[in-house]
Design a protein around this ligand. Structure first.
Ligand code: NAD
Length: 500
């Protein structure tokens, strides 16, 4: 079998693409750097595909499509079930690949792989979920039935922060419904998605059904422009999500494009502040804040709540267990790249200052300590923007209505949360807030695989959420057949046909 990576030097490997069941070396002559964020050193090179290389992957997926689409849904489901078993078997290996290139700590990476596997488990139920509808004898001898047909070759374009989970959200639903896939993962951590495609073939899928091309804007633009690509699923930052949505739809493709986030947690005066602090520690600093569902703003109703909460949080943020991502028992690893670390640094002024954190033995790693910022105001740039780092901003407001309005009025609308013992306030908030995913006494309300994931406003563009029945609908189109089987003859009719 072809090799997933070749050595450039004893320390640096060169990754490949994965097309038609083969690892293919890059031929564009362009490469991106991948880092070990715990050490702050380059670990690999990723080939950045040319237009021609992406077109070759699309061609492989197009060749594989007719036979995969014609494979019975039961057979596809059995392959998916074997894939699920393989994903569990290799869960630690996949989590290590995530940890090594992304920097999130191993236990967190294991959880993120599991959330991807759960979508594939849901996908195994497609023989039931993909069933069409049937209306018997709508007129004499006439039945109507509808089918959900695959679209063809579909593209997935994924961000750096979930290199296992998000490719599996897309591939799980696209493949089970009979589409073939060209995945373009983040160029910052592509080793895990390459392995995911390889394992699908190991599970018994035909080659060419799940392909991975590595690359940057050139690869993305090729996918957006090629008429053989029927749908594009994108997850990443809002400016790129907007661009991808506009370009894909202008080129006649179906598109779902998820963007950035700024997630508020409302903290009401009756909330248990120990529980709130526990929830905030994980939700704000887990994965070094590089989660689109991270809570980055705690909105306290009343100064007393804010003062008491900060008193509990301050020593805990100062004592965060931070270290190299593959070490066990840690709470936070480094940020993904030095460049991203610089961006986050520029936003911070605070109660707990994590800017000068140094990880002993890993002085060049891309680490930051946790930071806690008080007295944040809506007009501040750092509040308007997504920071995407281990920074929790505290805002102080006078009333529930003012707090709820912050979440509704912010341009992003991915997730939000409310901590309270007041059921009526929680219910009103969940009902009225203009945000796609709401937690009640739950800090990170990422819906399970049999529901679906999607934000509102600048956090998502397009009509369908990711995974669940929404994902199934995104990756299929409905064909409706009206059939007449009767021995009675037909008469010519010149008015609009109506069934009698
Ligand atoms: P990004 O937008 O920089 O990159 C995402 C993908 O787009 C990558 O594959 C990248 O190669 C490609 N890309 C980057 N620049 C491009 C350009 N100019 N033209 C075409 N393609 C381009 O995002 P990121 O930094 O990898 O990921 C972090 C972002 O993703 C955050 O904003 C985070 O909130 C968001 N995110 C959102 C969700 C969600 O479901 N809403 C989930 C995870 C991450």
């Amino acid at each position: 079998m072809s090799q997933p990576a070749a050595a450039v030097s004893p320390e640096i490997t060169r990754l490949t693409h994965y097309v038609n069941g083969e690892h293919v070396a890059g031929s564009s002559g362009r490469f991106g750097d991948i880092f070990n964020p715990s050490l702050g050193v380059k670990s690999s090179e990723v080939p950045l595909a040319s237009r021609g290389e992406v077109e070759a992957a699309i061609a492989a997926a197009e060749r594989a499509f007719p036979s995969w689409a014609a494979t019975s849904v039961l057979q596809r489901s059995r392959i998916m079930a074997r894939y699920v078993q393989l994903l569990y078997k290799h869960q630690e290996e996949l989590a290590e690949l995530v940890s090594k290139q992304h920097g999130k700590v191993f236990e967190d990476a294991m959880g993120s792989v599991l959330r991807g596997i759960e979508v594939c488990e849901f996908a195994c139920g497609a023989p039931h979920a993909q069933k069409g509808e049937f209306s018997d004898n709508v007129a004499r001898g006439i039945d109507i039935y509808s089918m959900r047909k695959p679209l063809g070759v579909v593209a997935g374009i994924t961000p750096f922060n979930f290199p296992a989970m998000i490719p599996l959200w897309m591939a799980g639903m696209a493949l089970i419904t009979g589409n073939t896939v060209v995945m373009k993962p983040s160029e910052k951590d592509p080793s895990c998605p390459l392995r995911l495609a390889e394992l699908f073939v190991e599970a018994g899928a035909p080659v060419g059904v799940f392909n991975v091309v590595n690359g940057d804007k050139e690869a993305v633009d090729t996918l957006l422009e090629d008429s053989r690509i029927k749908a594009v699923s994108f997850v990443g930052s809002t400016p790129i999500a907007k661009y991808v949505y506009a370009t894909a739809t202008a080129n006649g493709k179906r598109c779902q494009a998820m963007g950035g986030a700024k997630n508020h947690m409302l903290i009401l005066p009756d909330a248990n502040l120990e529980d709130v602090a526990n929830a905030l520690m994980g939700a704000a600093y887990g994965s070094a804040g590089e989660r689109c569902m991270a809570i980055s703003v705690g909105v306290c109703i009343g100064d007393e709540v804010a003062d008491r909460l900060i008193e509990i949080l301050k020593p805990r943020v100062e004592a965060l267990r931070i270290g190299p991502s593959l070490d066990r028992g840690l709470e936070m690893g480094p940020l993904v790249t030095g460049e991203h670390r610089e961006k986050v640094l520029n936003y911070i002024q605070m109660v707990v200052d994590g800017r000068d954190f140094v990880c002993e033995g890993h002085e060049s790693g891309f680490f930051l300590g946790g930071s806690l910022v008080d007295q944040v105001k809506p007009e501040m740039q750092s509040y308007q923007d997504e920071i995407f780092g281990p920074v929790l901003q505290i805002m102080r407001v006078g009333s529930f209505d003012e707090a709820a309005a912050l979440a509704t009025d912010h341009p992003y609308g991915n997730g939000t949360s409310i901590f309270t013992r007041n059921g009526a306030a929680a219910r009103t908030f969940a009902d009225k807030v203009e945000v796609g995913m709401v937690g009640i006494n739950v800090p990170i309300p990422v819906p399970l695989a049999f529901h679906s994931f999607g934000g509102w406003k600048s956090s998502a563009f397009g009509d369908h959420n990711q995974y669940g029945m929404e994902g199934l609908r995104f990756y299929t189109r409905v064909k409706t057949v009206t059939s007449r089987w009767t021995d009675d003859g037909l008469e010519a009719e010149f008015m609009m046909p109506v069934l009698k």
